[in-house]
Design a protein. Structure first.
Length: 199
């Protein structure tokens, strides 16, 4: 079967075997963006429902705890300020729901926001400084941790200057922590600051 020749005219439309097909790149791009946005929104909603449901299922309860209260708060992961309805029982954050009427997040969360409660309930969460001694992690005091780390940092600075250190941010810290992280680097005397998402 012979292929028909397709060539591009000076007007930007395609000419095929005497037939003229006009492609409008703006319409194609707009359609692509609409489909992409819809796909992203549906994927985000599905992930949010899955992660929030998983966090609630992990607590082993389907209804509210007796005597618990709902506290409206915001997610701390970035500066967007999405809404969270946290269930608090005896002063402990036990479950979370999406703030459906929040003006910023409008009833949605990203994956990190949906799992924000893990910062409180995860068994992997560190609650005090630890140091590896003879191949095993052991608890140490805050004074010991600050003293040892501070002494090592000062030795590096004295030997090689402030630019010998690089400060790397994390997507797992709050906006306020990121601000302090950058300020610490500035007071240290370096601009060697970046974020893990760019590395």
């Amino acid at each position: 079967m012979a292929r028909s020749k397709i060539r591009k005219s000076s007007a930007g439309s395609l000419v095929s075997a005497g037939r003229r097909m006009t492609l409008n790149p703006k319409v194609a791009r707009r359609s692509f963006l609409k489909i992409s946005a819809a796909t992203a929104a549906l994927t985000g909603a599905a992930m949010t429902t899955k992660l929030t449901g998983k966090a609630n299922a992990a607590s082993g309860k389907t209804g509210p705890y007796s005597g618990s209260e709902t506290v409206r708060t915001i997610c701390t992961y970035c500066s967007v300020g999405c809404g969270i309805e946290a269930e608090v029982h005896n002063g402990v954050w036990v479950r979370q729901e999406i703030a459906s009427d929040h003006p910023v997040s409008r009833g949605a969360h990203c994956c990190k926001g949906a799992g924000a409660i893990d910062m409180v309930t995860s068994p992997k969460r560190l609650k005090n400084p630890m140091k590896k001694v003879n191949g095993k992690w052991t608890n140490i005091t805050w004074d010991q941790a600050i003293g040892e780390i501070g002494d090592k940092l000062l030795k590096i600075r004295e030997a090689d200057g402030p630019d010998a250190l690089h400060f790397n941010g994390s997507a797992k810290v709050s906006t306020e922590m990121a601000y302090l992280h950058r300020k610490f680097a500035a007071f240290w005397g370096t601009n060697n600051v970046d974020h893990q998402a760019r590395i």
